[in-house]
Write a protein that binds this ligand. Structure first.
Ligand SMILES: Nc1ncnc2c1ncn2[C@@H]1O[C@H](COP(=O)(O)OP(=O)(O)OP(=O)(O)O)[C@@H](O)[C@H]1O
Ligand SMILES: [Mg+2]
Length: 411
């Protein structure tokens, strides 16, 4: 009798298992959110040293492009989701055919995997995108440039991240040779107009299979060398109607593409205030790291809620302004250990919210981020600049062991 009751009790309280493909920092922070929901994230990681593999006991070691490894990760999982978008669609189709629930589904995910497929689909939906063309032959670069001018960007359709696979050629000659090299390597290529932009924005939303959608306020993202360095949430001085338009656009794209989970819509704001979609990501995104400390529901918890078809959480900011700065590996590793850097940072900035990923430091590598919360308005330029400066000071300190404002650590 007792046994039966116990068994029944056990099965009804067994939490769902979300399996995430990839063991990077996004999986690590998703596991952090899973813990609060009484869950343990399963990760498919390349190595036990991967950021997420270090922190969850449910680790499958394997590769995202090996079907058997994917099967092992999916086995018994409630739902399979992603820390990156590089899983081949044909393998995901097999998993689905074998009964796995995959979120986002492969037919949605392809729009985050392939920039040409994405451009064409968004174009068909009437979403604003930069002018673009697929490149089959090198001459296609020339005919595109003859229509729109020499300011163009050459991109690989697949496999890019952190600006890899994005080329900003100086002139047409260089554009041609870049395209020629890529085509010769068997890579699919597209060209786009080089958008003269005021700044980059990101609209982050989530959608559940039930069809519920929720959007966070639109943020400004600052990149250096194609890598996101700072995010300001919400985007300062964004006209209310433009912000609303971007949020609605993200929700509409999520709906039309059948996204399940978090969707990031990377946007360009042109000088005349128009928005153009750069690209899509269907997972927690760097532009949403601020939500860990600055919003009622973080993007990581929201991703879990969405893929599990729970009701979505409130996306309301908890403070008027949050600035996130990435901690990027310095070009020369500082002699001071990270632990000591952290010690000094906390001594100077007790309010800094630090998130470290357990990664080895390599030049330019994202090893953590810092959130600084502000009680003042993001539209107060001077105030916003101060909060941003503190976030960047903190992040630079953590990566370089150097205060760029000359602060004396023993003073
Ligand atoms: N058409 C364009 N015009 C001007 N700048 C562009 C254009 N496309 C890309 N860029 C610049 O290059 C950066 C990286 O481009 P994109 O987001 O397509 O590449 P990615 O490598 O997939 O990036 P991510 O780091 O977001 O994964 C953009 O954030 C933007 O700064
Ligand atoms: Mg991008």
């Amino acid at each position: 009798m007792t046994n039966v009751a116990n068994v029944a009790n056990t099965s009804s309280t067994t939490p769902p298992v979300v399996a995430m493909i990839g063991g990077g920092q996004l999986a690590r922070m998703t596991h952090q959110a899973a813990i609060a929901l009484g869950q343990t994230l399963r990760v498919l990681a390349v190595s036990p040293d991967d950021p997420a593999a270090q922190v969850t006991p449910d680790v499958v070691i394997g590769s995202h492009d090996n079907l058997d490894d994917l099967r092992r990760a999916a086995d018994g999982a409630t739902v399979v989701t992603f820390d990156h978008e590089h899983v081949p669609a044909e393998l995901l189709d097999k998993l689905v055919a074998e009964g796995a629930t995959v979120a986002p589904p492969p037919e949605a995910l392809v729009h985050a995997q392939d920039k040409l497929v994405m451009r064409r689909r968004l174009d068909a939906l009437g979403a604003p995108v930069p002018r673009y063309a697929g490149v089959e032959r090198v001459d296609d670069v020339e005919s595109f440039a003859s229509r729109i001018g020499d300011a163009i960007v050459v991109k690989t359709a697949r496999g890019g991240y952190d600006g890899r696979g994005v080329y900003l050629p100086r002139d047409l000659h260089e554009a041609r040779s870049v395209a020629e090299r890529l085509l010769a390597a068997g890579v699919r290529v597209l060209v786009e107009e080089r958008v003269a932009m005021r700044r980059e924005l990101s609209a982050l939303a989530a959608r559940s299979p039930f069809g519920q959608g929720a959007a966070w306020p639109v943020v400004e993202t600052v990149q250096r060398d194609g890598i996101c360095v700072v995010v300001i949430a919400p985007a300062p001085a964004l006209p209310g109607d433009v912000g609303t338009e971007a949020e609605l656009l993200a929700l509409r794209i999520a709906d039309e593409l059948g996204v399940v989970g978090v969707l990031a819509v990377e946007l360009f704001e042109t000088h005349d205030g128009r928005l153009l979609v750069n690209e899509l990501a269907m997972r927690p995104h760097n532009s949403g790291h601020w939500t860990m400390d600055g919003a009622t529901t973080s993007q990581f918890e929201q991703h879990l809620r969405a893929v599990l078809d729970y009701p979505l959480g409130a996306t309301t900011p908890t403070v008027p302004l949050t600035v996130m700065a990435n901690v990027l590996g310095a070009s020369e590793l500082p002699a001071m250990a990270m632990d000591e850097r952290l010690h000094h940072l906390f001594a100077r900035m007790p309010d800094a919210r630090v998130h470290l990923y357990g990664k080895g430091e390599r030049p330019g590598r994202k090893v953590g981020h810092v959130n600084i919360l502000g009680e003042g308005s993001p539209d107060d330029e001077e105030y916003a600049a101060k909060v941003r400066e503190r976030a960047q000071l903190a992040a630079h300190w953590l990566s370089h062991a150097e205060w760029t404002d000359g602060w004396d650590i023993h003073g």
